[in-house]
Every structure is written in C-alpha cells, then in structure tokens.
Design a protein around this ligand. Structure first.
Ligand code: TRP
Length: 328
C-alpha cells in the first residue's frame, strides 16, 4: 500500500519562532518516514501583505534552510517554493469559481487581520484560503499537519474538494488536518493568553535565530503568576506555556518534569528552560547558517523539488481543466 500524502507550508515572511518550530516543523520531521511529504515555502501567501522584495528572497531561502536544518530529507520529501509551480495559482482561480464569498467572509484569520475596519486589505488576503486549498488539493493530499489556527482553512479545502467532486466527478482527495495536541498552541511569552506571534513584538517570541543572551533575557522576563508550585495547570497560562515549551524541547513527560521541579522556584525553571532552548537551538542555527552560505545547494534542492512537485500538480490541473470543459 502506498503512503498517505502529507502537505504543509510556511510563509517566508520574516521571523520563524519556536512556536512555528514546535507546532509545525518538528511534527513534520517526526512524520517524515510515515508519509509521502511535500513541504512548501508559500511565498505567494506571503505577498498578500506588503513584503520588501530583497527580504522576501532572503526569507524564502532561510525557510528552506530551516526545513533542511530541522532534518527534513530532500531525497524523500519534496521541498519547493510555491511560486515555482504555476499550477497553484491556476487551480486557485478555478477554486475561486466554486467558493462562496460568504465562506471567505467567515474566515476568522481574515476577520482578525482586518479588525481595524479599514478596506485596504488586499484581495489576495481575502482569497488566501483558496490559494491554500489549491496547494493542498493539487497533490492528492490526505493529511495536512498544521497549527490549530489553520484548522478552519483546511476545513474550507475539504468543502471545496467535496463541492468540486460533486459537481464535476471525483477529482480531489478529501484532506484532513493533523493538529498536534501539545505544541499546537505555543503562547506568547509576554502575553500567554494569545498564540506566540511575530507581529506581537520581540518580547512575545523566541526566534529560531535569537542569540543565547536574547533567549535568556526573554525567558527570564516571561509572564508567570505569583504561585510557587510548578505544575502543568492550564489555568496558570504563563507557567503552563513555559512548561509546554520545556516538555517539547526535552521530550520528557509531564510527570517527569513536575518531579524534577519539586521544591524549585520559577526562576529555577526559567534558568533551566533557557539553557535547554539554547542547547537545542545552537546546533540548528549552525546548520541554518551553513545552508544560507551555500545558496547554490539550496537552489539545487528547490529546483529539483519544484520539478517533482510540478509533475504531480500539472497532472491534477490537466484533469481539472478537462472536467470543466476548458480546452487543455
Ligand atoms: N496558511 C498557512 C500558515 O500561515 C501556510 C500555508 C499555506 C499552508 N498553504 C498551506 C499550510 C497548505 C498547510 C497547507 O500557517
């Protein structure tokens, strides 16, 4: 029996933080032998909000470098850049014609990003979930490993696949999200009531590229409470978040961690957590830098990935065009 297809993507829009790493990249690495994996750098999603062209290019390379540094093997998994495979935008247009505007108006991410009520958000931002559906549906994807916040977008991809199949005959596989329980939501360090986010400012996150000094400073200043006992208690959001990060980086169980911190205080926990993060990120940073200094190597990986992706995607697109009665 052939393996299930898993597809996921990250936007090359600046900082990649430990929330992205623990909530997404690490679970991809863990699943890489179990599934047939496709990992995309979604640059066309990034440009739905303004990007500086030079930084976009650099960030696209860096995202690919992070995939490789984290341990994704490009011999088995496909790693590619979205804009290098034209079928993504072509299928997105077709899917636009079966998407209801009401469906997109209900997307919570779009609503959040346009909360200020101004009407200068791009049409691309509104259409973002349809392009994401195209990403997923082009590859016969069965599984989409993402963070909790992307669940609604995957749900839309499922609905569009079903609607298209009903109207035009079975074409797309129906994808399912895989949401990792712990780590699906790493919260902000200075505001543990909300997801860790690069837009909330540098005190909120630890970037994969932060130096040891910065990591230590941010962890020591992280919001906790006035309690003393170190326990995994979701009601104590700040402490719970630090313990979750500890758990994901250490691979230890909750019981082991609680036992380890018996009769120790928050500052102890913070010191040990900072050490642990620095320990885990330092080798990763070295590898990222290695790839960033070897862009020719990155180009080769991405070119061969795009070729493999294009082969699958063009086939799906051809079938879609035939079903629609578009001359292809
Ligand atoms: N929207 C996703 C995010 O911001 C990124 C993404 C784009 C994606 N296309 C995808 C994730 C397809 C999974 C599958 O996290």
């Amino acid at each position: 029996m052939s393996k299930k297809v898993a597809f996921s993507g990250i936007q090359p829009s600046g900082v990649i933080h430990i929330g992205n790493y623990l909530g997404a990249i690490q679970q991809w690495v863990d699943g890489q032998d179990k599934y047939a994996n496709i990992f995309c750098v979604v640059d066309l999603h990034a440009i739905t909000v303004p990007q500086d062209p030079k930084s976009l290019k650099e960030n696209t390379y860096r995202t690919a470098a992070i995939y490789l540094a984290a341990g994704i093997n490009p011999k088995n998994s496909i790693i590619f850049v979205q804009s290098q495979v034209p079928a993504h935008t072509e299928l997105a247009w077709v899917l636009n014609t079966v998407t209801h505007t009401g469906e997109l108006l209900r997307m919570t991410q779009f609503k959040d990003k346009t909360k200020t009520g101004s009407d200068n958000a791009s049409v691309g931002l509104f259409d973002y979930p349809v392009l994401m559906a195209a990403d997923i549906l082009l590859y016969g994807t069965n599984l989409v490993p993402v963070g909790e916040d992307q669940k609604q977008h995957v749900e839309l991809a499922r609905n569009l696949a079903q609607r298209f199949n009903n109207r035009f005959g079975k074409t797309f596989a129906i994808p399912e999200p895989i949401i990792r329980k712990s780590g699906a939501r790493i919260m902000g360090l200075d505001d543990p009531s909300k997801k860790m986010s690069k837009s909330a400012g540098p005190a909120n996150y630890i970037a994969l590229t932060d130096s040891p000094e910065i990591i230590r400073k941010k962890i020591m200043r992280a919001t906790t409470d006035s309690g003393t006992v170190i326990k995994f208690d979701p009601k104590r959001a700040g402490l719970y978040n630090l313990l979750t990060i500890y758990q994901l980086f250490s691979g230890k169980t909750e019981a082991q961690i609680e036992k380890h911190f018996i009769r120790k205080g928050y500052s102890n926990l913070k010191r040990e957590l900072a050490d642990l993060i620095i320990d885990k990120l330092t080798p990763l940073q070295k590898k990222i830098e290695y790839y960033m200094k070897n862009k020719r190597l990155l180009d080769q990986v991405l070119k061969s990935g795009a070729k493999r992706a294009d082969k699958i995607a063009s086939q799906t697109l051809k079938e879609v065009k035939q079903k629609l009665g578009l001359v292809a």
